[in-house]
Design a protein around this ligand. Sequence first.
Ligand SMILES: Cc1cc2nc3c(=O)[nH]c(=O)nc-3n(C[C@H](O)[C@H](O)[C@H](O)COP(=O)(O)OP(=O)(O)OC[C@H]3O[C@@H](n4cnc5c(N)ncnc54)[C@H](O)[C@@H]3O)c2cc1C
Length: 404
Amino acid sequence: MDFQLNEEQQMVARMVRDYVNKEVAPTIKEWDRKQEMDPQVLPRMAELGILGVSLPVRYGGQGMDYISLGLVCEELEVVDTSLRVIMSVHMGLCSYAILQWGSEEQKQKYLTPLAMGEKIGGYCLTEPDAGSDPAALVSTARRDGDDYIINGEKMWISLATKADYMIWIARTDPEAGKRTAGMSAFILETDWPGVTSADIHGKLGVRAGSTGWVNCQDVRVPAANLLGEEGEGFKIAMSCLDNGRYTVAAGATGLIRASLEASVRYAKERHTFGKPIAEHQLIQQKLAWMTRDYEVARLLYLKAGWRKNQGLRNTRETGLAKWYATDASFKAASEAIQIHGAYGYSDEYEVERYLRNARGAVIYEGSSEIQQILQAGYALGDREDRPLRKMLPPYDPEEWTREA
Ligand SMILES: Cc1cc2nc3c(=O)[nH]c(=O)nc-3n(C[C@H](O)[C@H](O)[C@H](O)COP(=O)(O)OP(=O)(O)OC[C@H]3O[C@@H](n4cnc5c(N)ncnc54)[C@H](O)[C@@H]3O)c2cc1C
């Protein structure tokens, strides 16, 4: 077992830390207040190779491993969750869906521009009446000659108004007996006729990001855009979450770190009863909890990343990492506000944004309740991770860095 990050992993983490500190941190409060995404963010992330960091070079990526992706997400979320959300949907939920399940033609056509950041990806599973229970979704895809006709509405979709391609899960066989059967996954281009979208404003957090709805009305999608096989949609949708949750876990770990760093800084400056509050044991206890949670959360996501590198199923490990890190980040952000006292209650300091941002991750990509149900299932032997028809490819440095 090797706990040492390699040169390349350290370098990419440093590069992202530099980028967010210099170019995002100075203005993020302003964009968060405006409830808009800084238009510089996506082009800069593309330019720096972040949007394709852990994808094979022959598909336009940077050829780094899955652990590097985790480190990138951690560094992004230290400054703002909205940047990590981009990676969760663009790479975790969309690009990896195509890498894992796509045909060679689909990879050439869709994965390459995604990896190069020329196009942005999203993921449409949730509907107005289907969130934790995606088998309740009602959007449909009806076969019509060489096409499918998609109808339906998706809700709470990250990058709803920014994504060029969306993974869209729809029901292809409404008569299928089992609730999870009869669903299929499609690659949808958002500029096709009949696709509309808008952002939701007034969100509690991730305000410098885009979250919205996407509607399909009689959208004609070529059968060539079916991802995987017809009827495989539910499995594909769930496998995407293994990758999305990984990025959420790593990002939430970064949020714990941000809360800890802000708390340490403030605790050394602020005096009560004649000494810095850092000298009060009850404040130290909070810092100790944050330190513990940061280390545990980091080990959990690195373990999940290691399993991805080996090409092993990691639903159990990724879910555990996501559940732990998101709960812990919410607690850390809340305690960071407590340490800041009344000042933490205003947006003069960053910690109030951390708390608002941390709240969402406890809900999306499988709420904490759903994660507990899953973990209990594994503990009781009711649930087991078996190899899928198509697995996310393991990280092979030679294979991932070859040009063609
Ligand atoms: C900021 C943000 C971004 C998002 N981005 C995307 C995206 O890009 N793509 C996408 O498809 N979706 C996205 N979502 C949607 C998200 O995945 C869903 O909100 C989530 O799955 C929960 O669904 P719900 O909100 O409908 O809650 P519900 O499913 O209605 O659940 C309500 C409450 O009941 C609890 N609950 C549900 N079932 C059980 C049970 N069996 N036992 C105990 N408790 C239960 C839940 O944990 C929750 O607390 C996003 C959401 C947010 C907030």
